[in-house]
Design a binder for this molecule. Structure first.
Ligand code: PGA
Length: 257
């Protein structure tokens, strides 16, 4: 038996795609495609409107359910927002926080991201905290300091294990992937910074996913890197064959231990 912590973690970020009907159809096909994969952990993150339907489809399966955002308050006058207990009620276990699209398009600041991370943990959800530099920052050689600042701001006072997704902004939806070596270098750095923040016992449980144009064709090389514990997959997670292929690749890497 491969322990859960050593299984590659493959998460699909569907972004603003799929109605409840399309989502349940996708999930029923996915479950058939990946039924023999044991050594990978699989998470799907549908839009809020499809969570209830997907939650029903995933009952008694090993595929986990995630959300793409969460508010930091439990309830109240916050038009358009969704709270941790609302997600928990639908058997959501994970939540993406601080995705670069939310930072750039919706002006989410480090302080809000920090509040969301704390609220998720306190509300019994595992945060998937997204960090990553843009092209300009990479070209100026500032990528390590940018990512360190994002981590330190979001994880202030956090002691529990978390999942980090390193998503270089220049690689998201562009077809341009960080090379496995570039990704590994940053993942090792993220592990060092995160280990210094969380409790020593939690540090062993921190998982670091790579995101940014990950697909079946490049998944193996990325997932074989020692500090790449899985992937957060956008575009390629919308196609069931492509996503299932990535899960199978992850499963065979997980099997090798
Ligand atoms: P992509 O998106 O796989 O389409 O590059 C990844 C993400 O934004 O999470």
């Amino acid at each position: 038996m491969v322990s859960n912590l050593h299984k590659p973690f493959i998460a699909g970020n569907w972004k603003m795609n799929k109605t409840p009907g399309e989502a349940t159809e996708f999930v029923s096909q996915l479950l058939i495609e990946i039924q023999s994969v044991e050594a990978a952990t699989v998470l799907v993150c549908p839009p809020f409107t499809a969570l209830a339907a997907v939650s029903n489809s995933l009952e008694n399966t090993r595929v986990l359910l995630g959300a793409q955002n969460v508010h930091w308050e439990r309830e109240g006058a916050f038009t358009g927002e969704i709270s941790p207990p609302m997600l928990r009620d639908l058997f959501v276990t994970h939540v993406i926080i601080g995705h670069s699209e939310r930072r750039a398009i919706f002006h989410e600041a480090d302080e809000e991201i920090h509040k969301k991370v704390l609220a998720a943990i306190n509300g019994g959800l595992m945060p998937i905290l997204c960090v990553g530099e843009n092209l300009n920052e990479r070209e100026k050689g500032k990528h390590f300091s940018v990512v360190q600042t994002q981590l330190e701001a979001a994880l202030k006072d956090v002691k529990n294990p978390v999942i980090i997704a390193y998503e270089p902004v220049w690689a998201i939806g562009t077809g341009q992937t960080a090379t496995p070596e570039m990704a590994q270098e940053m993942h090792r750095y993220i592990r060092k910074v995160t280990t210094a923040i969380v409790e020593p016992a939690s540090a062993k449980e921190v998982r670091i996913l790579y995101g940014g144009s990950m697909k079946a064709a490049n998944a193996e090389a990325l997932l074989q890197q020692p500090d790449i514990d899985g992937g957060l997959i956008g575009g390629a997670s919308l196609n069931v064959q492509e996503f299932a292929s990535i899960v199978k690749i992850a499963g065979s890497i997980g099997q090798q231990g």
